[in-house]
Ligand binder design. Structure first.
Ligand code: NDP
Ligand code: ZN
Length: 180
């Protein structure tokens, strides 16, 4: 029912807010980190026209295992197996070095499920817009440029998933190339 869905969405936002409470974005202002997962879910709904609750809940939780003490078991118990499996798909293996994780994101993008690809698209769209808005603390222009290049390679593996999100990403990549 509608009431049940609303209840689980708010439970999820609350869970994520508590888990991410001590974390900040990398911008100068130190924006609360929770703005990011909420923003990614919002992009999926407002711009991607995605209304599948499983995708929205997984989007709200997409960085929670990577960045907090939350376990997949906790996600499974609180939000079910389907959500947990999508969060697994979008979570990097933290036992690997950072450069290897980034390489694997490019290599594995096209093998992911449709739902995981949707989250990848919205996640990159949010982060690239964030980078356009402000350069993270300590980043050189070169590092920003590398990040755009890497993101484009990941996104190229997620194409054919959502027309609107891919179009928005292409606007950003076109702007970028015009600058370089
Ligand atoms: P990070 O992965 O460390 O940072 C980017 C990530 O930070 C984003 O994907 C996003 O992830 C999160 N994030 C938090 N705040 C912001 C924000 N305000 N704007 C955008 N993203 C934000 O950086 P890199 O991608 O550079 O990864 C590290 C790699 O960079 C290493 O492999 C290393 O080799 C390389 N490196 C390159 C340098 C250079 O000058 N070229 C210098 C140093 C390292 P999320 O969605 O999870 O929040
Ligand atoms: Zn993210």
């Amino acid at each position: 029912t509608n009431a049940e869905l609303l209840s689980i969405i708010i439970k999820c936002v609350n869970f994520a807010a508590i888990k991410h409470k001590d974390q900040r974005r990398k911008d100068e202002q130190g924006t609360p980190y929770i703005n990011h997962p909420i923003g990614v879910a919002n992009i999926l709904i407002q711009e991607g026209n995605i209304h599948d609750p499983v995708v929205i809940i997984a989007a709200l939780l997409h960085d929670i295992v990577e960045d907090t003490n939350t376990t997949f078991e906790e996600i499974e118990n609180q939000f079910g197996t389907e959500v947990c499996n999508i969060v697994k798909e979008v979570t990097d293996d933290k036992s690997l070095p950072k450069a290897e994780r980034k390489r694997l994101q490019i290599q594995n993008a096209s093998k992911k499920s449709h739902k995981a690809k949707l989250i990848n698209l919205a996640d990159k769209l949010y982060n690239l817009r964030d980078l356009q808005r402000a350069i993270p603390v300590g980043w050189s222009q070169d590092r920003v440029k590398e990040y755009f290049k890497w993101s484009k390679a990941v996104i190229d593996g997620c194409r054919g998933t959502n027309f609107s999100l891919e179009r928005e990403l292409d606007v950003i990549f076109a702007d970028r190339i015009a600058q370089d």
